[in-house]
Design a protein around this ligand. Structure first.
Ligand code: SAJ
Length: 478
């Protein structure tokens, strides 16, 4: 532990003023909760006065919450913290000079989903701005999801370059990844365990001092900064892996003519004394901005952070990358199920009319980031399909019109393909759909296990469902 840093921090005293850089869905609730800590005197929310987000500065300072969607408790907390003058939003980054601790919560999107290279430019700018104004004894914490090795590498280098100070000697540096989900931001920050990883023990303990007062049910889990970066990226990588295992088993069950859901129930029944089988659910694909990206952060991390050569079976994809490929194959599999459905009646997919139900990547939400419906739509267009998209939650999406009128989307369709498990699709009426499609044997492909196969098969539909090997070769009903 650096005695110098320990002495500087001891002389500086407890954390009283905090800066949060990045007024987004991670920074805003974090700033409000920091401000609500009794012994914290002031929290500054730092926001660039950019054309797209500059409006948040005045909006927040009027006590308003710029985040869309329901966030229980957040509106009142922001209003209260502004009213009590404990929180202030500003684009004047020089106020960081007053702060004992600065957290940076700036997103790291991918420039182009195809190239899987994260865009760190906004984060780098935020780190440089922090570096410009930190003082001896400051604590800097990176909260963004970052490639393992970034805190001790890029983060440390930029902060030292801008401040002229030395990390671990003059200021403390840590990574404390966010684990929030929209709709439960405050609850997640207070109740999830908080991973806190410093570049050294002093940095870790200063970061523990920062986050402990915010936690209600959650506990602090201290570790090194790089371990914290791997924890965050790996926890999503593992979820993606679990989903891919369910998807691969579903593909096996289809090929073997059995019902995946019977097998799943059987596997899941094995419980008790230390036995675990976290079998998840197969589906039309994996979307969102977490699981589709974090594996590649982890994979990049092993390339920039390894302290010795990785020992791994030669010539094989990493299990995690293979999991990504299986999950990204599912929209293609949905297209294959559609094509096989048409083959049952000797119909060519080219020139067919397809109703795609569900554009968002999760049920009953309008969130369509990296939706698996998009590669399916692209595959259909490439094959000459006339595709129309319905989603009762998603209003718009670049480059495609999304209709809210189900009848219009179903009219004269040769096939119906379900991509989101919206509640609106859980009680679709076969006869009603049949009357709209005007097809003798419409095809229906269920990507989220939301319809009853027998209901549709007995109404003359050609049914195809993910994991439903027991139904996918059913006899045709006139
Ligand atoms: N999916 C499946 N099968 C499953 C579960 C999900 O195909 O069994 C698909 C969903 O349809 C969706 C995608 O995977 O397209 C992602 O679903 P998700 O439930 O993982 O939702 P995300 O992407 O919002 O993940 C977030 C993550 N939270 C954070 O990063 C803070 C993740 O760590 C959480 O586990 C997840 O929420 C959650 O459990 O809600």
């Amino acid at each position: 532990m650096s005695e110098k840093l320990k002495e500087i921090i001891r002389n500086r005293g407890p954390i009283k003023k905090i800066g949060v850089i990045g007024m987004g869905y991670v920074g805003i609730p974090a700033a409000a909760l920091f401000a609500n800590i009794p012994h914290i005197e002031k929290v500054f929310g730092f926001q660039r006065n950019s054309p797209s987000s500059g409006y948040k500065i005045a909006y927040l300072n009027q006590g308003n919450n710029p985040l869309k969607g329901e966030e229980p408790g957040l509106d009142d907390l922001i209003a209260k913290m502004v009213q009590e003058k404990k929180f202030e939003c500003t684009d004047d980054f020089s106020k960081i000079v007053e702060c004992d601790a600065v957290t940076i919560a700036i997103q790291t999107p991918f420039k182009d989903p195809k190239d899987l290279i994260p865009d760190f430019s906004a984060l780098e700018e935020g780190i440089r701005l922090a570096g410009k104004y930190i003082t001896p004894g400051s604590l800097v914490v990176l909260e963004s999801t970052i490639t393992p090795g970034t805190t001790v590498g890029l983060g440390r280098n930029l902060l030292e370059e801008e401040s002229g100070l030395v990390a671990g000697e003059d200021f403390a540096l840590a990574h404390a990844p966010e684990r929030v989900m929209v709709g439960r931001l405050l609850q997640n920050i207070q109740e999830h365990d908080r991973i806190v990883g410093g570049i050294d023990h002093m940095s870790t303990s200063r970061a523990v001092e920062l986050y402990s007062p915010v936690l209600t049910k959650g506990k602090i889990i201290p570790m090194t900064a790089t371990a914290a970066e791997v924890t965050k990226t790996a926890e999503n990588t593992f979820r993606d892996l679990q989903i891919s295992a369910a998807n691969q088993l579903a593909l096996y069950c289809e090929a073997m003519g059995i019902n995946f859901y019977d097998v799943r129930a059987g596997i899941d029944s094995l419980k008790g004394d230390g036995i675990t089988r976290a079998i998840l659910w197969p589906g039309a694909g994996v979307g969102g901005h977490c699981l589709t990206k974090d594996t590649y952060h982890l994979e990049r991390g092993i390339k920039i952070t390894n302290v010795e050569p990785l020992d791994y079976p030669e010539g094989n994809d990493s299990l995690f990358v293979l999991a990504r490929k299986i999950n990204d194959f599912m929209p293609e599999h949905m297209f294959n199920l559609l094509t096989h459905g048409f083959e049952r009646i000797g119909k060519d997919v080219k020139g067919s009319k397809v109703a795609l139900l569900g554009w968002s990547f999760l049920p009953n939400t309008d969130d369509s980031r990296n939706t698996p419906a998009e590669p399916f739509k692209d595959r259909c267009v490439h094959a000459g399909v006339d595709i129309r998209v319905h989603d009762p939650w998603v209003k718009e999406y670049p480059g495609i019109s999304i209709l809210s009128d189900l009848n219009e989307v179903l009219a004269n369709a040769d096939a119906v393909v379900i991509f989101s498990g919206h509640r609106e699709y859980c009680d679709l009426n076969p006869r009603f759909i049949s009357s709209l499609t005007n097809a003798v044997h419409p095809v229906i492909v269920d990507g989220r296990n939301v319809i009853n196969p027998d209901l549709f098969i007995s109404s003359g539909f050609i049914y195809k469902g993910i994991g439903r090997g027991d139904k996918n070769q059913h006899p045709l009903h006139e």
